[in-house]
Design a binder for this molecule. Structure first.
Ligand code: M6R
Length: 615
């Protein structure tokens, strides 16, 4: 949830940390802070607000020759966003400095115990408790920082990734991870620490990802030493080569990451099926599925677990798996699944979907499913993420970094991967005719160019956005494959424009939401030709009779809905199971333009963070 970054080596730490924080700001942005140490002077600066506010604050006072530094961008859990609660935090002696991502669940009892022994606290955070616990252990046990961190973490319940240093021992940073990601970039006699690899991509392509319950002592000019927190055993660092490049994590001329990512979708979808979809040969190659095909084919059912937009992709997958492969599917919010004592056995296949691969609830759902004997398959975007590593097998979406908090290309590439799996299983089961199978493959291959076409409506969509930007409520309706798209459209509008929006199956409207419809209510109806068209047209009539404002998402050349609706936005024709890949595009653009017109911070909407690594 929070972003952490650190540097130790021969370069000036400040620019690396501040630029790194800007790249990690998608993880949380209610306050930011930095600590720089040049071996003599320790400078700490922190503030409520964004990294830009921190930058302004430190402009005059920051030491420029520090070669060690840590920085933090926060998404508040314990304590409101203010200067005091911002990280870094110090121990009572002022010697130990920490940044932390995660939650220490037993912080209250630890705090009381520390208070009873004379410790005082300036902030309301669990992090300040942790750094004083480390100091307490260090003094009581008379041990070095690394050992003190290890002993303290064994007393802690919760999730964390931390970076700590001791100003009485310059040249060393101690890091640890449980449940929140932590990457270490390995340079020439220098190390970079970050919640993901984006802060150090221009300095090194070599990275080590800490596993849960691991800690490392990092010393400038020396090797990285990784140990298990529980039993102190040494771990061989596994150095991975990063695939990401700098261009991918910059805006590339777009005003916002969200817009860039919307327009990246044709290529992202192509990258997702590249090497997997051989349409002409009628072959889908996916090693994660090929190697486990019997598990899928013999499963009683597939259970999909995910959160947010990924959950919506799961709902689309439910339609496609049941429709084409005739495999029963249930889709669960990971946060509900993990606590509701679900019936899961070794006859179930669980598919976990996550862009970040770090969502705490999805990770916990995976662990639960595995403990009950299920085979767990991951659909993730971030390579090497916790979910990618925790699952038994999986398929990456290859969408490239998604930085805008509102998921866009993650959604369409997840649907692409899930469609490939469903078609593959449909073929293997004999649930689809050969000609139908090949037709779906050919259509899937054409999706990127159809998405490109759908994107050409951008100017028209902007005009529609201008008409409805003052709306206080919006309704999104769709049926069948496009019901989850209605949910996703409503989520997009809510999260970046703060306009209340609800998605509904079109036919459910008359069971309640119809009462909301009047001349003030824009209703976005997905009414493509192949998706229960006549039924949706009847729903449109019902809205019209109640004076609702209708924005129809229609198939190119449609004339009927045009006569009824106030506005129509066309998308190219495709097969119904693939239609969400197109109908979602205008909904993303509509939300984007409304939010921009309302002056909202599109890439960093209030209260949200890109990956939710806490419950
Ligand atoms: O990284 P994940 O796909 O696991 O994230 C799940 C949700 O937190 C995420 O989709 C969230 O709902 C987005 N802000 C939606 O745009």
């Amino acid at each position: 949830m929070c972003g952490i970054v650190g540097y130790i080596g021969h370069r000036e730490a400040y620019p690396i940390i501040i630029e790194g924080l800007k790249r990690l700001e998608y993880r949380g942005y209610d306050s930011a802070g930095i600590a720089l140490y040049d071996g003599t002077n320790l400078k700490v600066s922190k503030t409520k607000g964004k990294v830009a506010d921190l930058e302004q604050r430190v402009a005059d006072e920051i030491s420029t020759n520090a070669n060690l530094g840590i920085g933090h961008t926060r998404w508040a859990t314990h304590g409101i966003p203010n200067d005091l609660n911002a990280h870094p935090h110090y121990s009572n002696s002022g010697n130990l400095v920490i940044i932390h991502n995660g939650i220490i669940e037993n912080y209250d009892s630890l705090r009381k115990e520390l208070i009873s022994r004379g410790y005082t606290f300036k902030s309301e955070t669990d992090t300040e408790v942790l750094i004083n616990l480390i100091e307490d252990v260090k003094i009581k046990e008379d041990v070095k920082l690394g050992k003190a961190v290890q002993i303290a973490l064994n007393q802690v319940v919760g999730a964390y990734s931390i970076a700590v240093f001791d100003k009485t021992k310059p040249g060393e940073i101690v890091i640890a991870r449980l449940g929140s990601p932590l990457a270490v970039g390995i340079g020439e006699n220098e190390f970079f620490i970050a919640s993901d690899a984006s802060p150090f991509i221009e300095y090194t392509k070599n990275a080590v990802y800490l596993e849960d319950e691991e800690m490392a002592i990092i010393r400038a000019g020396k090797d990285i030493k990784i140990r298990k927190i529980k039993d102190d055993s040494l771990v061989d660092p596994y150095v991975q080569e990063l695939q990401m490049n700098l261009e991918q994590i910059e805006k590339g001329g777009y005003d916002h990451f969200m817009l860039k990512e919307i327009f990246e979708q044709p290529n992202a979808i192509k990258d997702t099926y590249r090497g997997r979809l051989l349409a002409k040969k009628g072959i889908i190659k996916m090693s994660g599925v090929d190697d486990n095909i019997e598990k899928f084919l013999n499963a009683n059912r597939i259970v999909i677990v995910a959160c947010g937009t990924s959950w919506h992709a799961g709902l689309v997958a439910e339609y496609i798996f049941e429709d084409l492969a005739r495999i029963p599917v249930e889709v669960e919010y990971a946060s509900e699944f993990r606590y509701r004592n679900p019936v899961i056995t070794n006859k179930d296949v669980v598919i976990a979907i996550s862009q970040s691969g770090e969502t705490a609830d999805t990770l916990a759902a995976i662990k639960l499913a595995k403990a009950n004997g299920a085979f767990v398959f991951g659909v993730c975007n971030v390579v090497g993420s916790s979910i990618a590593r925790e699952t038994n097998a999986g398929a990456y979406t290859h969408a490239g970094p998604e930085i805008g908090v509102a998921s866009t290309k993650a959604f369409t590439t997840q649907i692409t991967v899930l469609s490939l799996i469903a078609l593959k299983l449909a073929k293997a089961k004999g649930a689809i005719s050969n000609s139908d199978y090949r037709y779906h493959l050919q259509e899937l291959e054409l999706i990127p160019e159809k998405v490109t076409k759908a994107l050409t409506s951008d100017t028209h969509i902007k005009a529609v956005a201008d008409t409805y930007k003052e709306a206080r409520n919006c309704l999104y309706l769709g049926r069948g494959y496009n019901f989850p798209v209605a949910l996703e459209g409503a989520l997009k509008l809510k999260e970046i424009s703060y306009i209340h929006a609800e998605g509904y199956p079109a036919a459910e409207m008359k069971h309640g939401p119809i009462a909301l419809i009047d001349e003030q209510m824009p209703v976005i109806v997905i009414a493509t030709k192949k998706g229960h068209y006549d039924k949706v047209v009847s729903n449109i009539q019902e809205i019209k009779s109640r004076k609702g404002k209708i924005i129809g998402i229609v198939t190119e050349g449609d004339t009927h809905v045009k006569e009824l609706a106030d506005h129509v936005i066309e998308v190219p024709e495709t097969l119904e199971p693939l239609s969400p890949l197109l109908t979602t595009i205008p909904l993303q653009l509509l939300s984007y333009h409304i939010a921009v017109m309302l002056g909202k911070n599109v890439d960093q909407p209030r209260n949200l963070a890109k990956s939710v690594t806490v419950e």
